[in-house]
Structure formats: C-alpha cells, structure tokens
Design a protein around this ligand. Structure first.
Ligand code: GLP
Length: 256
C-alpha cells in the first residue's frame, strides 16, 4: 500500500487531483470510478479548475459511480446523481452517455445491479477508483458485515450511516435506509484504488483499515489485499496510526 500523509484537507485534495489528472492525461479514454460525500469535493473543484484553466479533457472518459440511495430519483437534491452533476460533471466536458450512476428508482433493482456489473466489464474494467470511507469503515455503501467478495447489489444502511448522512437532509427522517452499491469485490477489481480520508472523525476507521486485521467488520480493510492501493490522508485522519507509512512500507512510530 502506498500511504501518503499530508498536512490538511487542502493538500489532500491537491494530491488526489494530481493522481486523477495524471491518469486522465496518460489515458484520455480511462474508466474512472467516482465517489460522493464531503471528502472528494476539494478534488472535484480542482478537476473543474484543470478543465477550465488547463483544458483537461473529460470527453473520452467512461465513469462509474460507487453508489446511490434507493428511492431517490436522479433529480432529487440529495441523490448521488445530483451530487455528481452539480459538483463535477456539469462543469466539465463529460460525455453523458458514458456516465454511469446506479439508478435509485430502478423497477427491478437486482436486474439493474447485474446490468451495472456488465457495463463495468464491457468498459474493460475500472482504471482508477476514487474512494472515501465511512466513520464505521464502510466503502461505498458496503457496511460492516458486507461480504468482502460482494458485487453490486442493494444494501441496508446501518443506523450509524443513516445518522451520519442525516446532516445533508432537510428532514432527517427522510434519509433513505437502502442503497445500491458496487460490492467490495467489484471495487477491488479496479486497477488502482485511491482512498481519501480527512479529519479526526475518520481516524479510528483509518487505523482499523490500514493496521487492523482484514475483516468484513471493516470493509475498507480489504484495501490491504489490493495490488495497488494508494491512500492519501491528512494528519488528523492519520493521527491514530501506530506506524509511519512511507514508500510502501510501515515502521512502528514507537521503535522501543
Ligand atoms: C457515504 C458514501 C461513501 C462515502 C462516505 C463518507 O456513506 N456512500 O462513499 O465515502 O459517505 O462521506 P464523507 O466524505 O462525507 O465523510
């Protein structure tokens, strides 16, 4: 694992943007997996800037989003579709027909999930998957207890996640209880995963993810099995780590 610890959220966003921009420049027809949540917003602002000021071209990209709430139409302000368009896609030159976000109002959710998996395969797999992490160690909406080999499917959200996400809803009682999410197995097939975490609130989950055992109780710990996991943390998110991670190795901070 390549773990980088930077000073703060600004530096984290800048470092993540470098990685994504490099991927797009190296392979303009890349398939990129996008994430939602507060964490990647700074990254997306920088991608917009790179498009508007330096002509970064998104037109040949294929994109897949990690997840979506069940029961919210794409135009709903709290849907992840709305998040992606308003925070990134509306401001760059993506080709709409190559943008994929699970549909929260699909009639047949199981069929839709299988279609989503097929589309990822047909696109040749994901080159770079951007990931955040839940305070309970979830990735996408793979909550603790999710199979580490899981595929795209419907998941029930934990009360902790519903509570964490309530801040985004005007009426906290309206937070959906189910989501469609890529599986842990689906995510791990990406060529590279870029996991971002910022703030003290994530420090316990990061400690367990990077230095704890591989366990379905912390689905993000599966990054330990990935052949190219790149983790960018700010100092607060890294504050509970017992090891100093550098150059793909880890050394105890307390060398006693
Ligand atoms: C949601 C998303 C995750 C995201 C997490 C963390 O639960 N499904 O993909 O990583 O929130 O969000 P934030 O970055 O706002 O802490």
């Amino acid at each position: 694992m390549l773990v980088e610890v930077v000073d703060n959220y600004e530096s984290l966003s800048a470092r993540a943007a470098e990685v994504v921009i490099q991927q797009i420049r190296k392979k303009p027809d890349s398939t990129i997996g996008f994430a939602t949540g507060g964490t990647p917003k700074g990254l997306y602002d920088r991608l917009i800037q790179a498009h508007q000021e330096r002509g970064l071209d998104f037109s040949k990209l294929t994109t897949f989003n990690l997840d979506e709430y069940v029961g919210l139409p794409p135009e709903h302000e709290q849907s992840y579709a709305h998040y992606m368009w308003s925070n990134l896609f509306d401001h760059v030159n993506v080709t709409e027909s190559r943008v994929h976000i699970p549909h929260g109002m699909a009639d047949d959710i199981d069929e839709h999930c299988q279609w989503y998996e097929r589309r990822i395969q047909e696109a040749g797999g994901i080159d770079l998957q951007i990931l955040g992490i839940g305070a309970n160690g979830h990735i996408a909406f793979n909550e603790p207890g999710s199979s580490l080999g899981s595929r795209t499917r419907i998941k029930t959200l934990t009360s902790k996640t519903v509570e964490d996400n309530a801040r985004y809803f005007e009426d906290p009682d309206m937070v959906p209880e189910y989501a469609i999410t890529m599986g842990v197995g689906t995510i791990m097939e990406a060529e590279e995963v870029l996991l971002l975490a910022s703030g003290e609130r994530k420090s316990r989950a990061i400690k367990k993810t990077l230095e704890g055992p591989l366990t379905a109780m912390v689905p993000a710990s599966m990054v330990q099995m990935h052949r190219f996991a790149h983790v960018v943390l700010d100092e607060e998110a890294a504050s509970r780590l017992d090891y100093r991670h550098h150059h793909g190795i880890a050394e105890p901070k307390d060398d006693a």
